[in-house]
Design a protein around this ligand. Structure first.
Ligand code: FES
Length: 353
């Protein structure tokens, strides 16, 4: 018999989940407000539903140019690694499983009410403030919705202990993300050689690298030759951030900005347009929490989270993208575009910046 909670959750669209995550913002601690928004962009329900409906799944994935680890099953207990509330992941899984066992669809609960009920249960189990558990409650319920009751219950939800900055209090994490690198006692005299710090977390690795004022993030990441990045993620040709075209075209370098989004250049037309084509749902703000790292220039410290996959699916999934012509950049990017073009027929003009 289908689980009633699962059946009920399946009645909500991706737009409903995004709206619920927005409505809950005042009841989520600042440390996880953008983090939960980013999680919902990293794991779009509509892409999942589209893939579920395909007879030839491998061909559908090829057409959408999907690369990396994009199925939540592959990161069931790790996808929320960048949320403060991830430390409560075992309690979150237990709370959702208990809810699934007793839920009656007759109650017709709204998404927000369901998330808050699970958030309260996690807070009680963990002895934590509910403002620190609502975000992870939303992620746990959305994960349950995507993978199903059986898959969700397969593991207890062991989560790695928070390390470095993330082991601090929520207030100290927010403060650390807002801080800028010291330029020394004569720093106020510096004009061209100001250096800042980019901290990043990806599934399985994290660290930091230096960035010069007004330098593109991926360019700075490429200077970090401290390890064989490709052994961690084969999309990492240079440095810890996956890249391909470095021209806003392929979407490989998309990142979530957990701190310092106001210290990045405003989004230009090219990035705005191509991100829509890529399907990443970048918020319509000057300096949003979702960026293409090859287009974002830093003017201060930033904290990033790197998703484990990329693709170009805006046109096929959301049907709200105008036609576009993509200029060839590198052989690999050209190949990727040709693959995507095979699934999307006509090609219109790309705006100039
Ligand atoms: S590397 Fe292709 S969009 Fe940034």
């Amino acid at each position: 018999m289908a689980n009633e909670l699962y059946s009920h959750l399946r009645t909500f669209s991706e737009a409903d989940w995004l709206a619920a995550a927005e409505e809950l913002q005042p009841e989520i601690h600042a440390v996880d407000q953008d983090a939960v928004r980013i999680w919902f962009r990293f794991y779009p329900l509509d892409l999942r539903l589209h893939l579920e409906q395909q007879e030839d799944r491998a061909e559908a994935e090829r057409i959408l140019g999907l690369q990396g680890s994009y199925m939540l099953e592959d990161s069931l207990d790790t996808s929320a690694h960048f949320l403060y509330g991830y430390r409560y992941w075992p309690q979150a899984k237990a709370a959702v499983n208990e809810h699934a066992g007793s839920f009656s669809a007759d109650a017709k609960a709204s998404l927000v009410d369901l998330i808050k009920a699970v958030g309260a249960a996690i807070a009680k189990k963990a002895g934590a403030e509910q403002k620190l558990t609502n975000a992870i409650a939303a992620v746990a319920l959305a994960t349950f919705n995507q993978v199903g009751a059986e898959e969700f219950a397969k593991t207890k939800g062991d989560a790695a202990k928070p390390s470095r900055e993330m082991s601090g209090s929520p207030q100290s994490i927010v403060a650390a993300r807002e801080k800028d690198a010291s330029q020394g006692i004569f720093g106020f005299l510096k004009t061209v050689d100001k250096k800042f710090e980019v901290k990043y977390a990806a599934p399985g690795y994290s660290g930091k690298f230096e960035v010069y004022d007004d330098q593109e993030i991926t360019h700075a990441a490429g200077q970090d030759r401290s390890r064989d990045w490709k052994s961690l993620d084969k999309r990492c040709w240079q440095g810890p951030i996956p890249i391909e075209c470095t021209a806003a075209a392929c979407g490989t370098c998309w990142v979530g900005v957990l701190g310092g989004k106001e210290k990045l250049d405003p989004v230009k037309r090219r990035e705005r347009y191509n991100v829509k084509l890529q399907g990443y749902h970048q918020p319509d703000e000057e300096r949003p929490y979702l960026r293409l790292a090859c287009q974002a220039r830093a003017h201060g410290n930033v904290t990033l989270v790197i998703p484990p996959w990329n693709g170009v699916f805006g046109k096929q999934i959301y049907h709200d993208v105008e036609e576009v012509t993509l200029d060839p950049v590198t052989t690999a990017a050209k190949h990727l575009r040709e693959t995507i073009a095979a699934g999307a027929k006509d090609t219109p003009e790309e705006p100039e910046d």
